[in-house]
Design a protein around this ligand. Sequence first.
Ligand code: E4P
Length: 218
Amino acid sequence: MKFFIDTANLDQIAEAQDMGILDGVTTNPSLMAKEGITGQENIINHYKKICELVDGDVSAEVISTDFDGMVKEGEALAALNEQIVVKLPMIKDGVKACKYFTDKGIKTNVTLVFSPGQALLAAKAGATYVSPFIGRLDDISTDGLNLIAEIRMIYDNYGFETEILAASVRHTMHVIDCAKLGADVMTGPLSSIEGLLKHPLTDIGLAKFLADYKKGNS
Ligand code: E4P
């Protein structure tokens, strides 16, 4: 399972990269705005900085909602660095743009996916990644994890190569449940990754090992 971090915060990206387990980064316009990154030039520079920090794929989202606009923006983003994955919304023109980029060998991430049918369309268009938003489904009392299971079944039925990128991951149990269900990738906040480290018996055991060492070596 690949681990992506879902942020535009350079410190958090660097921290996750430093652990040695980071496979990529996802961003979206809200995450960029949260870091105060505004204006096309600043946004472009920020993507370049993110690419310098990590070894893996970096999803950069288009703002246009029409095919021509998405193609223009996506081509400019893809030209920044070969790590860039063009992130496209799950709308009709987004699907069309996804097919366009697939045919050109440019990686894509189809975002804002909330149903198995949308995921099927993304795979048909050859998306590199499909992003089902599990946390936002949970927010409206709908089982987000069930969507991951349904997409896994559909993709396995037909051997689609599109990777299931579980998005809108909010906490550590989401990460573990997505791994059980066979999601190829998860993207979440640093806290959802760091939560995997935690077990009280690890802390108790380490404290005992160190105390015993100290007794024998003082
Ligand atoms: C996915 O790529 C999105 O950036 C993200 O996971 C959305 O998460 P949220 O629902 O917590 O905003």
